[in-house]
Write a protein that binds this ligand. Structure first.
Ligand SMILES: [Zn+2]
Length: 219
């Protein structure tokens, strides 16, 4: 499937996109993870993006578009993909159209049509969720102290690594990210709604229930 996942920061979008990718065998392309890896590996891209990300601002369009174009050209993305965190602006969405249209994902090659899934979660729910979020620095697993706690206190279920509270998961950064999301990414949803390819899914509730809703909406 060729799917764009849209959802506010902290909506569970990444977790759900990963599950969907595992279910359908398409690569989960998460620009946030790609950027964090670049920063951790101290690549040229990482050095460019690090101060921008630390300030809570969005990484510039041309930088993001370059990353996505390279990623979609890789063999594993030729049959389908699940995009998570891209496009974040209408400029990025327009650019993605040209990449998808001109590349191997163009119409008539047997691929599924491009679809958009939008997870809906109110801001206040998101602030609470994000502040209570903990993640594994080893495998990237995400936990939530209330709704999805690890079995052992502050330790990853999979590999036993000590969980961390990401420095950008405090309330001020969350509000800043939500503001950027409303200002820049909601117009992206509007852009795709005009094409009639958006499915909206209620993102409030347990992960399994939300996943069922997502699968139903895509069936
Ligand atoms: Zn882990």
């Amino acid at each position: 499937m060729r799917l764009i996942f849209i959802g506010p920061p902290g909506s569970g979008k990444g977790t759900q996109a990963k599950r969907l990718a595992a279910r359908y065998g398409d690569p989960h392309i998460a620009t946030g993870d790609m950027l964090r890896e670049a920063v951790a590996d101290d690549t040229a891209l990482g050095r460019e993006a690090a101060p921008i990300m630390a300030s809570g601002a969005l990484v510039p369009d041309d930088l993001m578009i370059g990353i996505i174009k390279d990623r979609l050209a890789k063999p594993d993305a030729q049959r389908g993909f699940i995009l998570d965190g891209f496009p974040r602006t209408v400029v990025q969405a327009e650019k993605l159209d040209t990449i998808v249209d001109s590349g191997p994902h163009g119409p008539g090659n047997g691929s599924d049509p491009l679809r958009v899934l939008q997870l809906l979660v109110p801001d206040d729910v998101l602030v609470k969720r994000t502040v209570l979020r903990r993640s594994c620095p080893e495998c990237g697993a995400i936990y939530h102290l209330e709704s999805a706690p690890p079995q052992k206190d502050m330790v990853c279920d999979r590999d036993g690594a000590a969980l961390i509270h990401r420095p950008d998961d405090n309330e001020e950064s969350v509000r800043k990210r939500l503001e950027a999301f409303h200002r820049q990414t909601l117009p992206v949803a509007t852009y795709y709604k005009a094409k009639g390819i958006v499915r909206e899914v209620d993102g409030v509730g347990p992960l399994d229930e939300v996943f069922e809703r997502i699968e139903k909406s895509l069936a």
